[in-house]
Ligand binder design. Sequence first.
Ligand SMILES: CSC[C@H]1O[C@H](OP(=O)(O)O)[C@H](O)[C@@H]1O
Length: 345
Amino acid sequence: METMRWVDGRLEILDQTLLPETAEYIKCEHYETVCDAIRRLSVRGAPAIGAAAAYGLALGANAVQAASREVFITAVEKIAGDLAATRPTAVNLQWALDRMLETLRGNTNDNINDLKKALLEEAHAIYREDLESNRRMGEFGQTLFPDNAAVLTHCNAGALATAGLGTALGVIRAAHKAGKNVHVYADETRPLLQGARLTTWEMLQENIPVTLLTDNMAGYLMAQGKVDLVIVGADRIAANGDVANKIGTYGVAVLAREHNIPFYVAAPMSTIDFNIASGRDIPIETRDEQEVTHIAGKRVAPEGVKVWNPAFDVTPARLVTAIITDRGVARPPYIDSLAALAGKE
Ligand SMILES: CSC[C@H]1O[C@H](OP(=O)(O)O)[C@H](O)[C@@H]1O
């Protein structure tokens, strides 16, 4: 099942808020529909958000009526700004939009229709490349898995968060395919339950053994000696290796360190933000309080209670055993190893 698809000049997005019960595609005729899909997590996960924004920009550009290249570019830049404003933490969103705008500005063609075609081609390329990136991360990462590995993961860093295989789950898929007999422990991941709803669904689809646990069970599972390694995705990684990922990841990393369990992060190079020195500078999204006060649409917390709902937290680099990227595995010190993988001096 595709996370998204371009059909007859429009973007169709698998609505992940309806999974696992219902698999339904949102038909996006306007880029504002894509903005809404990103904001409400119909499409989610750093690489998937980036690809959706790229297609959203191509969709919006197609609707622009401009008399000149300059007017067209100004209109497209405004659409990119609207898409960029949907969610602040996943750097792939801005990365994809920047790449699309660079493509546009670097194309000296004055024919507006040709510029529109070039934007759509770039969106296709971003989506296609992410699938290849997932495959490469899987190849690099599965070498870190022992046979019969019991693997704990948090949130959903799977096919649904990317263009097809996943980051953390892409590594798990590769290890499963390599015959390593992986067993997955999936944190439910409150408040939006990406683990309970999406990771378990993906693993069951492919007969990869999976056990669901609530977030507050992870420590006891580790204390029982039942976890060989932890692997998670990322939304933004700072130049020093600090990792922003779904809320709860930091707690899992501290528990893993306490129990001497390797803690791996799988992320493409497009998730590394070399413009940010450390996790202190990563913008953390806070979301609607009803995500915490309600479960399945039913209020469970009393009216009037104060709520704190950060969607992400930051795991310091010192708690990260290795970062598995699509260019290889980075080990501490990340300030050097990530820069080397990026080909920076
Ligand atoms: C492969 S990126 C997946 C990453 O994105 C998730 O956040 P959200 O569901 O809010 O988009 C979570 O942090 C995952 O690790």
